[in-house]
Design a protein around this ligand. Structure first.
Ligand code: HEM
Length: 410
């Protein structure tokens, strides 16, 4: 496949008209094998085995500054270096290890389990409102407000401020799309992104100042305490960490809950089965993570010359090249799953890369699983006869793909 053909295929993926069902495009990309675009310093992996291999590989880096293309653009003045450090999702050891360790304390199973009664109460209130109305938008009335309320509470961000930062969070989520990597161009709304980033950082700095003066029992105060105890955390690292958690809390679990509702309502026997038997919920959640993953891709940079997928002959990746891992394609790989396109929580083994793998494995996974489990168990039990009431509408995002609305009658 030529560079131009590969770029055209990837262009289809970016095209918002394929957002509702990107899976046929993923299938074509997967069938073409790893896409190697030497001009773009890009290799695209779409089989389960290759994506898995890249995530585990010791030479896979997450710091975008190590990319040949980014370095070239910085030198040409086409892009500017972001102000301050990025969230630790985009860092490598030793910074990644240090910051992750500090934050992981907030997400240990005990802390997450302690949130269950609150989450159950919040879901109950949301569903009471739905019952009174007889219909609802799954996104606006359940899937979005739940994780947002939970992450705000964990971090210590006042929920009243939510309307102010939800816009910034949505704009920044879009910035995760691989537009530059695929097209070589700069997106139209790059100024809007810079502004949203600057606004959110300022907002968080204000909040950090307040917590410094009056600490509370929340993660922001915890990070400040770590900084003050000399745990090598700078003010800008606190800002970047809160930024990462706030966006992760806003833009991911919402899609897991909504995608699971959609999959079950499209196979009503699955909806009825969960309504009748809440113990099915964890397989429903894991199968949704595989079948329609909320995070559709991840990127890595080759820290050294690498060979990926040795068993199948291997794909050479030169040092500094970007590796794009298409989870949406890998999760439907027929070499890894039988009836890969079917939504089947009863399949023998459910594996997925939807929370990543290796050193960057999602810190919020136990929280996301808990929120989704509580929400899905409650909504099916409460409304066993729910049905879809119109086509879902998707947001333009590719990486953090998800619905903007999903109308349902109860
Ligand atoms: C269904 C919901 C979620 C999904 C599908 C998801 C998915 C992911 C994925 C795929 C990664 C790894 C990315 C990579 O390796 O490049 C990741 C990392 C991360 N996630 Fe999540 N996530 C979810 C919810 C959350 C929540 C609720 C939080 C916390 C509020 C969170 C916090 C993080 C953090 C901090 C990282 C970075 C870990 C590191 O770099 O060491 N996630 N997530």
């Amino acid at each position: 496949m030529t560079n131009a053909d590969a770029q055209a295929l990837l262009g289809n993926l970016l095209d918002p008209s394929n957002r509702a069902d990107p899976y046929p495009v993923y299938a074509r990309i997967r069938e073409a094998g790893p896409l190697v675009l030497p001009d773009g310093h890009l290799v695209v992996f779409s089989s389960f085995a290759d994506c898995d291999d890249v995530l585990r590989h010791p030479d896979s880096a997450s710091d975008g500054m190590k990319s040949t293309l980014v370095q070239r653009r910085l030198a040409d003045g086409q892009v500017v270096r972001p102000p301050g450090p990025p969230g630790f999702l985009f860092l490598d050891p030793p910074d990644h290890t240090r910051l992750r360790k500090l934050v992981s304390k907030a997400f240990v199973p005990k802390v997450v389990r302690a949130l269950e009664p609150d989450i159950t109460a919040m879901v109950g209130d949301m569903l009471d409102a739905v019952e009174a109305r007889g219909s609802f938008d799954v996104v606006a009335d359940l899937a979005y407000p739940l994780p947002v309320a939970v992450i705000c509470r964990l971090l210590g961000v006042p929920l009243e401020d939510e309307p102010r930062f939800s816009h910034a969070s949505a704009v920044l989520a879009q910035a995760l799309d691989p537009f530059m990597t695929v097209t070589g161009g700069v997106p139209d709304n790059v100024d809007e992104r810079m502004e949203a980033g600057a606004w959110l950082r300022d907002y968080l700095r204000g909040l950090i100042e307040q917590r410094r003066a009056e600490p509370r029992d929340d993660l922001i105060s915890g990070l400040i305490a770590a900084e003050e105890a000399g745990d090598q955390l700078t003010e800008e690292e606190i800002v970047a960490t809160c930024n990462l958690l706030l966006i992760a809390g806003h833009e991911t679990t919402v899609n897991l809950i909504a995608n699971a509702v959609l999959a079950m309502l499209r196979s009503p026997e699955q909806w009825a089965a969960l309504a009748a038997d809440p113990s099915r919920v964890s397989t429903v959640v894991e199968e949704t993570m595989r079948h329609d993953p909320p995070v559709q891709l991840a990127m890595r940079i080759a820290e050294q010359d690498m060979v990926i997928g040795g068993a199948s002959g291997g794909t050479a990746v030169p040092k500094g090249d970007t590796m794009m891992l298409l989870f949406g394609a890998a999760h439907r790989d027929p070499d890894a799953f039988s009836r890969a396109d079917a939504f089947d929580p009863d399949r023998d083994v459910i594996r997925h890369l939807g929370f990543g793998k290796g050193p960057h494995f999602c810190l919020g996974a136990p929280l996301a699983r808990l929120e989704a489990s509580v929400a899905l168990t409650a909504v099916t039990a409460r409304f066993p006869n729910a049905r879809i009431d119109g086509e879902p509408v998707y947001k333009p995002n590719l990486t953090l793909r998800g619905m903007a609305t999903l109308p349902v009658t109860v």
